[in-house]
Ligand binder design. Structure first.
Ligand code: GDP
Ligand code: MG
Length: 319
């Protein structure tokens, strides 16, 4: 039984033409170093983006990302093609001086707009290669209690340029100490209660949501669903909106859980399964990215972020 990413399950908002031609989509990951960015993008698309690296163990093979790197993979499912570009960014936090750590990332996004703008005014407008970044997953540390000043600075530097989707990284890293501190009763043997998602979700996620609002950070807004959609759909849509920031777990190793081989992380107290919706929001995030909201993310990029850039360009040319 082959694993599927799921984009071939025809999303209703996508036209037949783009199905035939294939989709392209550019996803960026950003945030502090060591939060599992590279691991998550690998897990998300079931593709070893880093296979050229020499180490044997898949977990170890992902080495630290030291510069902005772009990986393109072609995935095909049930005859539908997806050209996926992942832009991996070096994590900040390691440097002694982190001022303007977001600068190179912001510049990268602008450069893609600039290239597109130039191509659009050129002769070969029909075959423009679109490298604009459609979405940026911003990783928030599970160890801080809410946002750090750098997170605020970083997201505010980018929020007019790209669709930011915040994620709470390493949702499995709750320690018994933290459980005690929060005075939450948790059975040490219960996988669920050991995942941040279950013990902490109501606290941590709510706090992050409030801080995002309080600091005026404009994250990607899911569009309102049509009033004529059925109740099931509306409920799912609401659940998705309530899941922000998505609590995620990444892993590149396959472990055995209840006789099945799954992507997960092995602990003395149990197995955390990446694709188990009861353990984390990984599946929700992936569905959102590749099935339900890919088209909207691209539309907002084109209609809002790129238009802003374009307007600024034209303004500065006529000044
Ligand atoms: P990056 O610097 O943000 O790209 O982080 P990496 O993907 O290189 O991961 C850093 C380390 O964290 C590696 O040892 C990973 O195996 C580990 N890691 C990645 N994702 C998770 C996760 O969800 N939970 C836990 N506990 N560890 C993770
Ligand atoms: Mg990395």
């Amino acid at each position: 039984d082959k694993e599927y990413v799921g984009f071939a399950t025809l999303p209703n908002q996508v036209h037949r033409k783009s199905v035939k031609k294939g989709f392209d989509f550019t996803l960026m990951v950003a945030g502090e170093s060591g939060l599992g960015k590279s691991t998550l993008v690998n897990s998300l698309f079931l593709t070893d983006l880093y296979k050229d690296r020499k180490l044997l163990n898949a977990e170890e093979r992902i080495t630290q990302t030291v510069e902005i790197t772009k990986h393109t993979v072609d995935i095909e499912e049930k005859g539908v093609k997806l050209k996926l570009t992942i832009v991996d960014t070096p994590g900040f936090g390691d440097a002694v001086n982190n001022t303007e750590c977001w600068k190179s990332v912001a510049d990268y996004i602008d450069q893609q707009f600039e290239q597109y703008f130039r191509d659009e005014s050129g002769l070969n407008r029909k075959n423009i290669q679109d490298n604009r970044v459609h979405c940026c997953l911003y990783f928030i540390s599970p160890f801080g209690h809410g946002l750090r000043p750098l997170d605020v600075e970083f997201m505010k530097a980018l929020h007019e340029k790209v669709n930011i989707v915040p994620v709470l990284a390493k949702a499995d890293t709750l320690t018994p100490m933290e459980v005690k501190k929060k005075k939450i009763k948790a059975s040490a043997r219960d996988v669920k209660t050991r995942c941040v998602l279950f013990v902490f979700k109501p606290f941590v996620l709510k706090q992050i949501r409030e801080e995002i609002e309080q600091y005026g950070i404009k994250i990607y807004q899911f569009p309102d669903c049509d009033s004529d959609e059925d109740e099931d759909f509306k409920q799912q849509d609401q659940e998705l909106k309530d899941s922000i920031p998505f609590a995620v777990i990444g892993s590149n190793t396959v472990v055995e859980a209840k006789g099945k081989r799954v992507r997960g992380r092995l602990y003395p107290w149990g197995i955390v399964e990446v694709e188990n919706p009861a353990h984390c929001d990984f599946v929700k995030l992936r569905n959102m990215l590749v099935r339900t909201h890919m088209q909207d993310l691209k539309d907002v990029t084109r209609e809002t972020h790129y238009e802003n850039y374009r307007a600024q360009c034209i303004q500065s040319m006529t000044r």
